[in-house]
Design a protein around this ligand. Structure first.
Ligand code: SAH
Length: 368
């Protein structure tokens, strides 16, 4: 915002032209400078002559799942693509965190077919973290996204769905391609743009990290921040290092220390995600280790049965294994939820984002 104000005043325009540009892009979602009718024609022309463009990434492809999830292939200005997922009725992992309360916004109208939707957004082209069970890892990392490209994915999807926050309730999860905490500054800038520009409060946002410990500490100091989720995925160092090599850099002791010291807000809970992989980390013994890791914390656990694919050697556990694992956590007094897989048939589910353009139907292992 300040940058737009500087741009306006720098060219001899009043400061409020910055606000007008900001609103045109983020609120009205206008993607052509000549259509920003709040600005004088002469100024629009001059900005265009100086090479300025407004707008956001374009939607290259749309894949619609039988469960209503839509996976968007979003094209950036340099031709790179990332994926953004629209999930009517959640479950981007926010279900069960208490935020269902107060669904109906005063004076608000819900779009037909859903009362709340979740957008899962990418923070990088590809990912550098190299988790062994994740398909995005196969791409490697190409580059960080700019803050405007992160917000741009959301603006593009909102426009495509005809949805306008804050009138309609939208949750944002930073859980798409990439590791948000390895693109920390742009990620945080996008949060501020979403709050100030698009009208989505930070309380409806969740960021997930693979466990970049120094950034978890920085994040705790942010005055305006989303909720935090940490991908645990292993119950001891040997196991976690096997599936998440970054555990060799920041091990469980360091990670859990940062998690325990994280300044939670009133009624806020820390979320841990745990991807259950058949025969690797889904045994009752491992559930008991998880109980010890989080004992005494204000935490909840989201269990995600592995979303499968052909390139990786891992399998989805049987449903009974998932249920048994959850029961051990629940019996120990830890809130635990099994995340409903969304959009598996179009490769839109957690860990499946690798810019697939051919969609072969895959049979769900189980549905719940
Ligand atoms: N890089 C961040 C953000 C990505 S969030 C992070 O790692 O947290 C994606 C979530 O999906 C993470 O919790 C990750 O552990 C999980 N995930 C990755 N691959 C998966 C797969 N094949 N099946 C199910 N969940 C997966």
């Amino acid at each position: 915002m300040q940058e737009l104000t500087d741009l306006a005043t720098g060219s001899g325009q009043p400061a409020y032209r910055g606000q007008q540009l900001f609103d045109a892009v983020y609120r009205q979602k206008i993607d052509r400078l000549d259509q920003v009718s709040t600005l004088p024609l002469e100024y629009r022309t001059r900005l265009a002559e100086q090479g300025w463009r407004v707008g956001f990434p374009s939607i290259a492809r749309r894949f619609v799942s039988s469960d209503g999830t839509i996976r968007y292939l979003v094209e950036l200005f340099d031709g790179e693509t990332v994926e953004t997922v629209w999930m009517p009725e959640g479950d981007g992992g926010e279900i069960g965190d208490g935020s269902e309360a107060g669904d109906e916004i005063e004076g608000g109208t819900a779009a037909p077919g859903w009362r709340r939707a979740t957008i899962c957004v990418s923070s990088q082209v590809g990912c550098a973290v190299n988790c062994k069970f994740c398909f995005t890892a196969l791409l490697g990392v190409k580059r960080n996204l700019e803050a405007g490209e992160i917000v741009g994915q959301i603006a593009a999807v909102l426009r495509d769905r005809g949805v306008e926050p804050p009138l309609q309730r939208v949750n944002i999860v930073f859980m798409g391609m990439g590791e948000p905490f390895l693109n920390y500054d742009n990620f945080m800038k996008s949060v501020r743009l979403l709050v100030e520009g698009v009208g989505i409060p930070e309380s409806r946002m969740t960021v997930s990290t693979a466990g970049i410990v120094p950034r978890i500490r920085d994040f705790g100091q942010e005055p305006v921040r989303p909720k935090l989720a940490i991908s645990l995925n292993g119950s001891n160092d040997a196991l976690r290092s096997e599936v998440m090599p970054l555990n060799r850099k920041w091990n469980l002791a360091e990670l859990m220390k940062a998690a325990r010291e994280f300044p939670l807000r009133t009624r806020e809970k820390m979320t841990f995600e745990y991807v259950l992989i058949a025969g690797v980390n889904d045994a009752p013994e491992q559930a008991r280790e998880v109980v010890e890791l989080v004992r005494g914390m204000r935490a909840r656990i989201n269990l995600i049965a592995l979303n499968p694919g052909t390139e990786l050697p891992y399998r989805t556990p049987e449903q009974e294994r998932v249920v048994a694992f959850r029961q051990i956590l629940v019996d120990a007094g830890i809130p635990a939820f099994v995340r409903r897989p969304r959009g598996r048939d179009i490769f839109a589910a957690c860990g499946q984002l690798k810019r697939t353009v051919e969609v072969a139907p895959v049979k769900p292992i189980f549905s719940s």
